[in-house]
Design a protein around this ligand. Structure first.
Ligand SMILES: [Zn+2]
Ligand SMILES: [Zn+2]
Length: 368
């Protein structure tokens, strides 16, 4: 049975600014509009688009591609056994009806605001703009006196410091963290230590710092990101949601991702890991020096093999759902998402790794 419901508000790895990484995560079938988001590259606009689009069942068959064809059949992007549906989960739409009773206007923006107000916590992986852009632009809504509870921005200290110093500084954006309504707050997490989720107290969320390449201007200055392990204390099931990352070995760095794998292999019993949401930004044809701190198909399959090795069980990952995100928009003939999916499946076959790859597509909900 599924445990986690993940609605993809954005999954692009840029360069289009429309809907970069943001995953809305909720317990499966949960009533009410409460949610948390991992990253904030998408937000209110994408929620509105999803609500408007869900009336149009025709588009569920085709996805925007703009490569070999402008639209491609949606099925090409998903594993045949993936549990995926267009739009928000039914339990959110049902709860939305109840929440709307107090409103005079029942247009799409009114509905989108109810869902946006339900986002109680953001778990930010790192402060790159494609992971925080919409969260920042939407923040005046969060500070509105009628917007209910405060929203928390949760992250490891290096990310919070960057957001506080370089974004909400009254130069790039108004300092809504310290001025005004105090409805937007920072919450500092600790590497490798479980954090009890405020919105869903049955969840522990464990952050792990990971490598994400080097600074573009300062020689040898490392850039870091975060992966989050969601662990449900009652069902014992887990889901791993990753920000941008690279294997430790890619830059000769200290073992960081290795520690996350070790934690999972020792703490998450076989069969309880329900899925991994992870980036694979570039195809196999990209030279290593042009990955800029990101995953390639070879790197990703190598890391999944490493996790299997740590479990010491060749079949431990059999049937595991891997949701691939953050594919970069490039100029090419074929949609790079389809190229990368094929390369991942071939590389996994070679490694005898029986996992199921699907592409995270904006506007769809996946169950794990
Ligand atoms: Zn990044
Ligand atoms: Zn990114």
């Amino acid at each position: 049975m599924s445990n986690f419901e993940v609605t993809v508000l954005g999954a692009s790895g840029g360069t289009d600014g429309g809907a970069t990484q943001c995953f809305m995560v909720r317990p499966m079938g949960c009533r009410g509009l409460r949610s948390i988001c991992v990253d904030g590259g998408a937000g209110f606009s994408q929620i509105s688009q999803m609500l408007a689009r869900s009336k149009d069942s025709f588009k569920s068959e085709l996805l925007e591609s703009f490569y070999a064809n402008d639209f491609e059949p949606a099925g090409q992007f998903f594993d045949p056994k993936a549990s995926v549906s267009l739009g928000f989960p039914q339990c959110i739409l049902g709860s939305l009806e109840d929440a709307l009773e107090k409103h005079k206007h029942l247009n799409t923006f009114t509905k989108a605001m109810e869902i946006y107000m339900g986002v109680k916590e953001y778990y930010i992986t790192h402060a790159h703009l494609d992971h925080i852009g919409a969260m920042v632009l939407n923040s005046p809504f969060a500070c509105d006196a009628n917007s209910g509870d405060a929203k928390l921005i949760c992250a490891l200290p290096f990310t919070l410091q960057a957001i506080e110093k370089h974004i909400f500084n009254d130069v790039i954006w108004p300092d809504l963290l310290h001025g005004g309504s105090s409805r937007l707050k920072l919450s500092s997490l600790t590497d490798g230590i479980p954090h009890v989720c405020g919105a869903f107290p049955q969840w522990d969320i464990i952050p792990f710092k990971v490598h994400h390449g080097f600074s573009a201007s300062i020689v040898d200055e490392r850039v870091y990101s975060t992966v989050y392990l969601f662990s449900d204390r009652s069902t014992k099931q887990s889901l791993l949601v990753c920000g941008d990352l690279e294997p430790d070995s890619a830059s000769g760095g200290e073992p960081l991702l290795e520690k996350a794998w070790e934690y999972i292999a020792t703490r998450v019993p076989r069969g309880n890991l329900k899925g991994i949401i992870v980036e694979c930004s570039s195809s196999a044809s990209t030279p290593k020096h042009e990955l800029y701190g990101h995953m390639s198909p070879a790197y990703l399959v190598g890391q999944l093999s490493r996790l299997r090795e740590m479990y010491g069980d060749p079949d431990v990952l059999a049937g595991l759902s891997i949701l691939v995100t953050h594919v970069k928009t490039i100029i090419s003939e074929k949609d790079p998402r389809l190229v990368i999916l094929q390369e991942l499946r071939e590389a996994a076959l070679q490694e005898r790794l029986d996992v199921r790859f699907s592409m995270a597509v904006q506007g769809y909900t996946f169950s794990f």
